[in-house]
Design a protein around this ligand. Sequence first.
Ligand code: SF4
Length: 346
Amino acid sequence: MPAVRNRLRDIPDTRPKRVLLAAPRGYCAGVDRAVIAVEKALERFGAPVYVRKQIVHNVHVVSTLEKRGAIFVDEVDDVPEGAHIVFSAHGVSPAVVQGAAARGLDAIDATCPLVTKVHREATRFARDDYEILLIGHRGHEEVEGTMGHAPERTTLVNSPADVATIEVRNPDHLVWLSQTTLSVDETMETVRLLRERFPALQDPPSDDICYATQNRQVAIKKVAEQAELVIVVGSANSSNTVRLVDVALENGARAAYRVDYASEIQQEWLDGVATVGVSSGASVPEVLVQEVLDDLADAGYRDVESVVTAEEDLMFSLPRELRRDADGNPDERGLGGRTRRLDWQG
Ligand code: SF4
């Protein structure tokens, strides 16, 4: 979708206008890896390459990959036998892997390694006879994939309100796990309520909410403390993006909106606003943020100040099915990382 320019008007304000740009924002290592995996699969095998569910939750990324020959499907049954299929960054249950194998599909697993970590925890705790309370959003692909690793032993805790009504078999042998993209503060509140009901509740061995989700929330908090309006770039089905809007509102922003594209910014959002905060979800290419900054500049917000709360350099190697080129040589483009992706336009 082309950028729509010069739509916003510069309405004079007695106070200086500025933008506070949150950092970190945008692409995380798991998203970068998953997008590269589809690109490489297309290069290696040619179109079409099938992808189960959206590879990452961003409409721009998905539509761009579609133009290159990716076909997004809901289930492995929608894929012709013998075709190539990529599993999305959100992960899949063992049943999906088995379903793909039964159809003779050539599967490439782009599940984020930090989601795989949660899968392993679920499998291990189930094997050790624990009951798992999984904090996450009902229907989210990641939650479905994680629950599928221990279906008999997992109870979903969809919201703090669920805590009062959930039933467990043995309150002395419980552990909580979580979706990777939740609000840290809300999750900790849910855990506190769970522990009130089940004092023996065990913590996971390490944080399930991933570094990228946490870092983006810390940065937006800092921005929201000083901004009247916060604009978060990202798609409606992107959990971590939607959480950034919530966190901004909870931490001082008078208003906060999510947009897929700069063209969605409404002139009236800027009425009486001197400071605009800007961030983006973990599945958002930086080019979309730049378009927002360009349109804000048209509206007089030309002074852009970065609010940096962390540096990120994490990279993940590609799915093992793609680590070597067609001749069997190691593929040097096997690493992700958001620096490389700053100019990704699809
Ligand atoms: S948001 Fe976190 S868990 Fe999800 S893909 Fe990115 S790094 Fe992985």
